[in-house]
Write a protein that binds this ligand. Structure first.
Ligand code: SF4
Ligand code: SF4
Length: 366
């Protein structure tokens, strides 16, 4: 437990350190800023400023990747196992440490190299978006009715109307700022990640040219083409219905989740046996997984009281959240339904039944 406190304390100090460094960088303008500044920095020769900005950025990317890979690994193998990897002898956890290194490298490369390529080629969001959209979907969009015919014009606003130009002056700002490099004026595209950078850029241009902002905005195709406002469509109602059902199912599964998961399987290769008192017995392997963080005693009992359970050895004790053992089930011959009889076994903790497991009992033909 103390290791967890050390870890939390260390994470807190590191997070504070990063917050301080971030505030200092913003205050003293020691960061790369938007794409224009980044391009300028890339083009300039290596000097003190470039070395500092590039090095600090990549260190930051690596530390964030390192933290994310730990969180990701904790999700897969559990925090206890992760703490063991962190504090135990590294030679005992070569596989775990390799996984950490691989995940860290992948996240670092995503941040530092692949960036928008991940949005375009890997992330499924864009693909899903195309399936879910219709003419009433509100997305980042270009008002082609107000913007076309695009092109540059000079002079007063009336001049623009005289030469038949729309609000779009074809300045390309919306394309230049787009992190995925698309021209949203050509219509909704799966590469769009709805970051709204094009909206901000276009509004700035509109402000400078004295035109109304909103040429690039959140709106639907129906809104642009026919001026129809937001409608609560059948599709939206259907999505809400499906989402509600999914949430109810997830909540139901969470609330009905038992504290343990038990498997009781007949030991392979062992037939039924006839005991001296005439009862029939079957041997089983038992595995109980504790899904909680607390330890508690468990015992097994037959749901129907026409038989007996005999544990082999000392019974079930949790070790690292798993209790394993073997047991015999003994039934009277006359209570068997044939070669195969279904039996139900209750998993009991502190007098309370926490799970009921079904298994088969083999016996002689009647
Ligand atoms: S930023 Fe606005 S005005 Fe400039 S090209 Fe894009 S849509 Fe047209
Ligand atoms: S919202 Fe972002 S990703 Fe989409 S077109 Fe505009 S700038 Fe590009």
């Amino acid at each position: 437990m103390s290791a967890i406190y050390i870890l939390i304390g260390a994470s807190f100090i590191v997070a504070l350190g990063f917050l301080g460094a971030f505030l200092w960088a913003v205050k003293s303008n020691q960061y790369e800023d938007d794409w224009k500044h980044q391009k300028k920095l890339d083009d300039q020769p290596w000097n003190k400023e470039k070395i500092f900005k590039k090095t600090s950025k990549h260190i930051l990317f690596f530390v964030i990747s390192f933290a994310i890979s730990h969180t990701f690994l904790a999700y897969i193998i559990g925090s206890d196992e992760l703490l063991k990897i962190q504090f135990d002898n590294p030679s005992n956890h070569v596989a775990g440490l390799s996984a950490m290194l691989i995940f860290t490298t992948v996240f670092y490369l995503v941040f530092s190299r692949f960036r928008e390529q991940v949005c375009i080629a890997v992330c499924p969001y864009g693909r899903l978006q195309g399936v879910l959209l219709d003419r009433n979907s509100v997305v980042v969009t270009y008002d082609y009715k107000g913007g076309e015919k695009r092109g540059k014009w000079q002079g007063k606003r009336e001049v623009r109307e005289e030469v038949g130009k729309g609000d779009c002056i074809d300045c390309h700002q919306c394309v230049d700022v787009c992190p995925t490099g698309i021209d949203i004026r050509n219509g909704t595209q799966l590469e769009c990640i709805n970051c709204t950078a094009c909206i901000d850029a276009c509004n700035t241009v509109m402000e400078k040219t004295g035109l109304e902002p909103g040429l690039m905005r959140y709106d639907s195709e129906e809104g642009i083409a026919n001026g129809v406002g937001f409608k609560f469509t059948a599709r939206i109602k259907a999505y809400i219905g499906v989402l509600t059902i999914l949430v109810v199912v997830v909540l139901g599964l969470l609330l009905s989740r038992s504290d343990v998961e038990t498997s009781i399987l007949r030991t392979p290769g062992i037939m039924y046996q006839t005991r001296e008192d005439g009862r029939i017995s079957n041997l089983y392997n038992v595995k109980v997984i504790n899904k909680t963080t607390t330890e508690f005693p468990v015992e097994l009992r037959l749901k129907e009281s026409n038989g007996e359970i005999q544990m082999v050895g000392e019974g079930l004790t949790f070790n690292d959240g798993v209790a394993q053992g073997a047991m015999f089930i003994l039934l009277e011959k006359e209570n068997l339904s044939g070669v195969k009889t279904n039996v139900e076994i209750e998993v009991v903790s502190n007098g309370e039944v926490i799970e009921v497991v079904k298994t088969n009992f083999m016996g002689p033909t009647k």
